[in-house]
Design a protein around this ligand. Structure first.
Ligand code: AMP
Length: 288
């Protein structure tokens, strides 16, 4: 594996690979790698010829007072893990390489970026869309792998690629979890032992929401309340939101119908964790 720090090194290298007929896979990350990231890298390894992973803690997607400075970093360990996962090119640009001057151009994806994480973290998805558009422009034609763990981000990135006709096929990959159901996240490192023990309540609440929908619950307010009650019964958890939305539009269908996504954001001490699961309500059978 080669580590590259500049756009000027990466771009011609990938142009050369494509010119030689090899496909490129991209896995954008903010580092502090865990098995969720590594699953994306292995998938890219299996499906493309040249695997590029990026590590960049993107300042544009952090709000004032968020954890930009505290965000965990361990580049040596990340390098070993990425190498073992089959990454060929590890792109680690500094902030001055990505943003040498104040950024005047912002990429903003309407609608899907507005509720939930978009409402809780103003400008977050503009920051994500802008840096992802930039990465796509640097890397060029590729398949790009993103986790369902950040389901709304995945929706934003898919829409970004489609709306701007970027030569990138966005591939969504399932969420990798710890044995007790907690979704893997670099931010899990913020949890104290007690908070770590309490944190699987998020996935339990989401699964209870799915079970209720499968048992016939069609009232979004009731599903929301059920998940909220389960999370709020955990003293160390502070509910930010728990919601059921249409998986494509991110609007709340009432009654619940179609391809649904249940999403939650919950604070445990200084950690703010997000998770989600999907469920499909079968269309009512015709006739009768
Ligand atoms: P991050 O480093 O948190 O920005 O994440 C980089 C990529 O890894 C994003 O596409 C995430 O959705 C994905 N990812 C993070 N955690 C997980 C997980 N537990 N399972 C699958 N993908 C994940």
């Amino acid at each position: 594996m080669k580590t590259l720090h500049t756009i000027a090194e990466l771009r011609p290298l990938l142009d050369g690979e494509r010119a030689a007929g090899r496909s490129v896979g991209l896995v954008p990350t903010m580092g502090y790698l865990h098995d969720g990231h590594l699953a994306l890298m292995r998938r890219a390894r299996a499906e493309t010829d040249v695997v590029v992973a990026s590590i960049f803690v993107n300042p544009l997607q952090f709000g004032a007072g968020e954890d930009l400075e505290a965000y965990p970093r361990d580049l040596d360990r990340d390098g070993r893990l990425a190498d073992a996962a089959g990454v060929d090119e590890l792109f680690v640009p500094g902030a001055a390489e990505m943003f040498p001057e104040p950024v005047l151009t912002t990429v903003s994806v309407a609608q899907v970026s507005e509720p939930l994480e978009g409402a809780a973290r103003p400008h977050h998805f503009d920051g994500v869309a802008t840096v992802v558009a930039k990465l796509f422009a640097i890397v060029g034609t590729c398949r790009a792998y993103f986790g369902e763990k950040d389901f709304q981000q995945l929706a934003v990135v898919r829409r970004l690629a489609r709306d701007l006709s970027l030569p990138v096929e966005v591939v969504g990959c399932p969420t990798v979890r710890e044995h007790d159901g907690l979704a893997m996240s670099s931010r899990n490192s913020y949890l104290t032992p007690d908070e770590r023990e309490a944190a699987p309540v998020v996935y339990r609440a989401l699964r209870a929401g799915v079970a209720a929908v499968l048992a016939g619950e069609r009232d979004p307010a009731a599903a929301r309340a059920l998940m909220g009650q389960i999370i709020e019964a955990e003293p160390l958890a502070q509910l930010d939101y728990a919601e059921v939305v249409d998986a494509d539009s991110f609007r709340v269908p009432d009654p619940l119908a179609g391809n649904l996504r249940l999403l939650a954001a919950v604070r445990f001490g200084r950690a703010r964790l997000i998770d989600n699961v999907g469920v499909t309500v079968p269309a009512p059978t015709q006739g009768g």
